[in-house]
Design a protein around this ligand. Sequence first.
Ligand SMILES: Cc1cc2nc3c(=O)[nH]c(=O)nc-3n(C[C@H](O)[C@H](O)[C@H](O)COP(=O)(O)OP(=O)(O)OC[C@H]3O[C@@H](n4cnc5c(N)ncnc54)[C@H](O)[C@@H]3O)c2cc1C
Ligand code: FES
Length: 281
Amino acid sequence: MKSETYIDTMMPQPAVIRKIVWDTEDTFSLTLEPGGGDDCAFRFLPGQFNMLYVLGVGESAISISSDPSKQSSIVHTIHRLGFVTSALSRLKRGDIIGLRGPFGAGWPMDKSKGMDVCIITGGIGLAPLRPVLYSLFRNRKNYGRIILLYGARSPLDMLYRVELEQWSKLPDVNILVTVDHGDSSWKGHIGVVTKLFSYVDINALQTIAMICGPEIMMRFTIQELRQRAVPSEQIFISMERNMKCGIGLCGHCQCGPKFVCKDGPVFALPQVSHLLEKKEI
Ligand SMILES: Cc1cc2nc3c(=O)[nH]c(=O)nc-3n(C[C@H](O)[C@H](O)[C@H](O)COP(=O)(O)OP(=O)(O)OC[C@H]3O[C@@H](n4cnc5c(N)ncnc54)[C@H](O)[C@@H]3O)c2cc1C
Ligand code: FES
């Protein structure tokens, strides 16, 4: 961002929709070209999000799902849910939306150096972790094994199928996918994502775990990691709360002393484990 002032961070900048790809029946990826000033390079950290604004409708927090090393365009993968995400889904190539960001603290890429990285995710939760995967693969020698456990509702609900297939062929990469409901073509795992733990070897002290998905899934995943003795401070989760300002001003996303928009959305488990016991506070 060019300025740290609140006025700038509250002011949506125009971004042009360059490409729209439907990943599944209800989830699509928008490629945006931010055009908010002289310096058009858009720099972000894996795990950060933008506020996307549809004129006359409203704003939503959406994670950036593209490769952080590519700064001339950015991708957001969006699950069509309510007013704003449905309005976004009706836009066309060449349309302009408002964009504020990037906001929030990202995933612990530095802390992960020299460690194995185990990513556990469900549904749209894979989107904020795709920039992590791009970064890990780009700087491969800095990290140990890469494990991805991913759960989708059905084979047709799986995101980024082509990339998952390509990544699974790389050395020292273990990608396991499960679905809640298979179909006649599905030969893979069926069941909740935590079942996949029985197929991987986790070296507890050597592992950083990154989790993003529905809160219930995150709770059970944390239990599994604890049973395998992964230290709490090596477990990171992405919290989702309703957001308005995105910069720690309005209090909408406040959880006790923490603002999810500013201090998160990614937190080390010891910072938020007490909050996970309460639903959507
Ligand atoms: C940091 C962060 C990153 C996110 N990244 C993505 C992403 O990459 N892709 C994506 O599809 N979605 C993402 N979301 C969720 C997204 O912001 C909401 O789904 C979206 O704002 C819903 O807006 P809407 O107007 O379409 O729905 P609405 O009409 O506002 O609401 C539909 C329902 O969803 C609830 N809701 C709205 N926002 C949230 C929220 N943030 N958490 C929980 N419930 C909510 C409402 O209370 C209502 O029940 C993210 C949220 C956060 C906080
Ligand atoms: S969204 Fe306003 S304080 Fe976090």
